[in-house]
Design a binder for this molecule. Structure first.
Ligand code: NAD
Length: 245
């Protein structure tokens, strides 16, 4: 850990890519862990445009449940360390697949929300009167599904569903952000593309790449260094070592 802490201390451009594992210690269920969200639900019934088309109320009940659950959660030590780094490094980017908003709540600046946010809504019809997205923090919706305040049609969670493309602006921002000295990938099973390909691209461009995850993933052999451990423990230890001198 000490050589890595040294490397991180000397780096000026650091990029971190996070997944659901970063929020596990906050009590947010991951998708693919033992207690993962998918153990009770079938993904294709909930997180696709087809599912929404078929049964918007069911999909919204699931999202409303996740919003209620996450509203009760607090950022953990992993979010805190990354927030501190975002203030310390001259060039720091955090690309997250998480939609929970916990990085922002921990005070991280420069967050690229690769898959959108649970706290943003957009008009399902993309009506001309509505903005691309709007923030809505409602924890208890008076009625489901919520409506577009502009056309009265259905509103949808502004997250990237399976089968949907990443916003081109977000993709461009992410590709710019992976030009870095050190790229850490924390708490992701690395199976959802294109997010899972970002670290490979960072490595191709010369970054030293590190994975932090208690379990090996199919991407583990492609990293320069893989640290088996929990995000909240490993990042805390790295931060302590970095602050020691
Ligand atoms: P995933 O559920 O597929 O994988 C979670 C990974 O985290 C696993 O590899 C697991 O070993 C690891 N992990 C578990 N506990 C950890 C800990 N304490 N520290 C570090 N790692 C830990 O999650 P993913 O790869 O992010 O899946 C991608 C999709 O899941 C994304 O589209 C994302 O939008 C969505 N998602 C988001 C949230 C959230 O916003 N918090 C939650 C669940 C899923």
């Amino acid at each position: 850990m000490l050589p890595l802490a040294d490397r991180l201390r000397k780096a000026s451009r650091v990029t971190v890519i996070t997944g659901a594992g970063v929020s596990a210690a906050s009590g947010v269920p991951t998708f693919r862990g033992v207690d993962g969200l998918w153990s009770n639900f079938r993904v294709e019934e909930l997180a696709t445009a087809e599912a929404f088309e078929r049964d918007p109320r069911l999909v919204w009940e699931w999202y409303a449940w996740r919003r209620r659950l996450i509203a009760e959660c607090e950022p953990n030590r992993a979010h805190e360390v990354l927030a501190a780094w975002s203030r310390r490094y001259p060039k720091f980017s955090l690309i997250t697949q998480n939609v929970d908003g916990l990085h922002e709540r921990a005070g991280t600046t420069n967050v690229v929300r690769f898959h959108g946010s649970l706290w943003d809504l957009s008009c399902w019809q993309r009506c001309a009167a509505s903005p691309v997205r709007w923030r809505d923090d409602t924890v208890l919706f008076p009625a489901l599904p919520p409506r577009c305040p502009h056309c009265g049609g259905l509103a949808r969670p502004d997250v990237v569903w399976f089968g949907e493309a990443i916003d081109p602006g977000v993709l461009e921002e992410s590709l710019a952000a992976i030009d870095c000295d050190v790229c850490l990938v924390v708490g992701t099973s690395a199976v959802v593309y294109p997010a899972a390909g970002l670290a490979d691209e960072a490595r191709r461009r010369g970054a030293f790449t590190i994975e932090i995850n208690p379990e090996p993933t199919e991407a583990t052999p492609r990293f320069d260094l893989a640290i088996p451990g929990k995000a909240e423990v490993v990042l805390d230890e790295l931060e302590s070592l970095m602050m020691r001198r």
